[in-house]
Design a binder for this molecule. Structure first.
Ligand code: G6P
Length: 494
C-alpha cells in the first residue's frame, strides 16, 4: 500500500516520493528575457488530472514546451521550474520535429485514435518513419537520463502517455529495482490497428518492461493484452501479460478530476460576476458549449455540421440558441492540425452566413484557451455541453462540465467513443458523432428536456464525478504499483 511512511534515522517521517514523467510539464515556459521566464498552465486532460494529485511528494519531469539552446537560459529556466517542483528535459528543435511533431503526433496519436497511419506519399512516409522512430527512442532515452539523475532509492516512477512508451525499458535497463509504472491517456486500439504499425513489437516490449501498465477503460487494457498475445505470442492472464515467468500487471484505472477545485472557483466573487455578465449577454437564448483542443479526434467539424442540421430542421429554435465553441490551438506545426483549423473556419463561416441575422450569429467560435475562472463561469451558465469526440481516451471536459452544473443541471451530450461514456453514460445523452442526424436529434432532445429528467441525469453524473477523483485515481495506481513490485521481489526471493 501507499500509506506506509518511512522513518528516517532522525525519527522524522517523510512521504513517499513520486516522480511523474510526462512529455509535457504542467507549466509551459515563455521566454521574457535572456534569463527570465514566465510560466503558464499547460492545456490537456493529463495536466488537468494530475493537478488533482496531492498525496505524494511529487516531482514532475518533462519538456517545458520551448527550445532553449543556450546554457544561461537553461539554468534560469531550471531554477524557475524548481519552485513548481518541475524538472525540465531540454529537447532541441530537430528532436521536437521528429519525435513530438513526427512520431508522437503524426503517427501514434492518429493511429491510437483509429485514424490510421499517414498515407500520403507512401515512400517518403516509410523513409521518414524510420528516422522518426529513431528520434522517438532517442528522446525517450533523454527523459530516462533526467529520471536517473534525480531518482532516489524508494521513489516510485510513473511514466505517462504515448510519448514515452520506450521509457519503462530505458529505466529498467539502467536499474531493474526501480518501481516503474506506465499509464496511457489515449485509447489503446484494437490489436488489428496496432498491428499495422511498423514498430509494433518493439513498442509493446518496451512498455512491458514496466511493473504496472494502466489504461482508462477495461476495453483499452483488453486490447493491449490481445496485442501482446497476438503480435508477440506472449501469454495473457487475468492479471496481465506473462513473459518467461515475469508478469507485467495490466489493469484499468479510470481517471477523474479535482472536482473541489471547480466547486471552490464557482464560489469566488469574480466568477459570480462573470456568470452574471454571460447570463445578461445571452439573455433569451439557450447556450450550448463545446470546449476542445483543436484536434481531429474531437470531431469539431462533425459537431458543427450536426448543429447546422439541427438549425435546418428546427426553424423555431433558430434565433433562440447559440453554439459557443472554444477550440484551443494545439500542435500547430503538424500539417493535419493546420488543415483542420481552416476546415473548421470554413464551416463556421458558411453556417453563420446562412443562419446569421443582423444582430446575432448562431456559432461563436474562439481559437484560443480561456483562463480557469472564465472557463468555470462558462461551464456553469451553459444549458448543454456537446462532447463529440470521434475517439477519446477519457475526455475530462465532460467531467468538468458536470462538476460546474450543480445549480443549472444542464445536459451533457457525449460521444460513445469517449472513455467517459463508460462512466457518465447513465446521465449523459450518448451519441455516435459520425451520425449527424442522430446528434441533431440529441440537441433537440437536450434543449427540450424537462427539469425533472435533467435533475435525474445530472445527479447520476455529479455523484460519479465528485467521488471518482483524480486524487483517488493516482492513489489507487501508485498503491497498486507498490504492491506489484513487492510481489515480484517476493517471487524472485522464493
Ligand atoms: C492529450 C494527451 C496529453 C497531452 C495533451 C495536450 O491530453 O494525452 O499527453 O499533453 O493532449 O497535447 P500537447 O501536445 O499540447 O501536449
Amino acid at each position: 500500500g501507499l500509506s506506509e511512511r518511512c522513518d528516517t534515522h532522525d525519527g522524522k517521517s517523510y512521504r513517499q516520493r513520486l516522480l511523474v514523467v510526462a512529455n509535457r510539464l504542467p507549466v509551459t515556459a515563455i521566454r521574457k528575457g535572456e534569463d527570465s521566464w514566465s510560466l503558464e498552465l499547460s492545456a490537456g486532460g493529463l495536466v488537468s488530472a494530475l493537478l488533482g494529485v496531492k498525496e505524494f511528494e511529487a516531482r514532475w519531469i518533462g519538456w517545458a514546451g520551448v527550445n532553449v539552446p543556450d546554457e544561461t537560459g537553461q539554468k534560469a529556466l531550471t531554477k524557475a521550474l524548481d519552485e513548481k517542483r518541475c524538472i525540465p528535459v531540454f529537447l532541441d528543435e530537430e528532436i521536437v520535429h521528429q519525435y513530438y511533431n513526427g512520431y508522437c503526433n503524426n503517427i501514434l496519436w492518429p493511429l491510437f485514435h483509429y485514424l490510421g497511419l499517414p498515407q500520403e506519399d507512401r515512400l517518403a512516409t516509410t523513409r521518414s518513419f524510420q528516422s522518426q522512430f529513431e528520434a522517438y527512442k532517442k528522446a525517450n532515452q533523454m527523459f530516462a537520463d533526467v529520471v536517473n539523475k534525480h531518482y532516489l532509492e524508494g521513489d516510485v516512477v510513473w511514466c505517462h502517455d504515448y510519448h514515452l512508451m520506450f521509457l519503462p525499458k530505458c529505466l529498467k535497463e539502467h536499474n531493474s529495482k526501480m518501481k516503474v509504472g506506465w499509464f496511457l491517456h489515449t485509447p489503446f486500439p484494437s490489436s488489428e490497428i496496432h498491428r499495422t504499425l511498423p514498430s509494433r513489437s518493439e513498442l509493446l516490449r518496451a512498455v512491458l518492461a514496466a511493473d504496472l501498465v494502466g489504461f482508462h477503460t477495461y476495453d483499452y487494457a483488453r486490447h493491449f493484452v490481445s496485442a501482446c498475445t497476438r503480435i508477440l505470442g506472449l501469454e495473457g492472464t487475468p492479471e496481465g501479460v506473462e513473459d518467461q515467468g515475469r508478469l507485467t500487471r495490466v489493469a484499468a484505472f479510470p481517471i477523474g478530476i479535482d472536482s473541489d477545485r471547480f466547486r471552490r472557483a464557482l464560489e469566488l466573487n469574480q466568477v459570480e460576476e462573470h456568470i452574471k455578465e454571460l447570463e445578461k449577454r445571452f439573455e433569451g437564448r439557450k447556450v450550448m458549449l463545446g470546449v476542445d483542443r483543436l484536434d481531429m479526434i474531437k470531431g469539431i467539424p462533425q459537431k458543427i455540421l450536426a448543429f447546422e442540421k439541427f438549425l435546418e430542421e428546427n426553424v423555431d429554435w433558430r434565433d433562440k440558441v447559440v453554439l459557443l465553441q472554444i477550440a484551443v490551438p494545439t500542435r500547430t506545426d503538424v500539417p493535419e492540425y493546420q488543415k483542420l483549423t481552416s476546415q473548421v473556419h470554413e464551416i463556421v463561416g458558411r453556417i453563420n452566413g446562412r443562419f446569421g441575422t443582423l444582430t446575432a450569429v448562431p456559432i461563436h467560435h474562439l481559437d484560443r484557451s480561456l483562463d480557469f475562472h472564465a472557463l468555470c463561469a462558462l461551464y456553469a451558465v451553459t444549458d448543454v455541453a456537446l462532447v463529440t469526440s470521434l475517439r477519446d481516451g477519457m475526455n475530462l471536459v465532460s467531467y468538468e462540465y458536470v462538476a460546474c452544473q450543480d445549480k443549472k443541471k444542464g445536459v451533457l451530450i457525449l460521444s460513445e467513443f469517449a472513455g467517459a461514456a463508460q462512466s457518465l453514460g447513465g446521465g449523459a445523452v450518448l451519441v455516435n458523432p459520425w451520425n449527424v442526424t442522430e446528434v441533431a436529434t440529441a440537441i433537440a432532445q437536450a434543449l427540450d428536456m424537462s427539469p425533472g429528467e435533467r435533475e435525474k441525469r445530472h445527479r447520476h453524473n455529479y455523484v460519479h464525478v465528485t467521488t471518482h477523483t483524480a486524487q483517488e485515481w493516482a492513489e489507487t495506481f501508485v498503491s497498486e504499483l507498490n504492491d506489484t513490485v513487492v510481489e515480484a521481489q517476493l517471487r524472485t526471493r522464493q
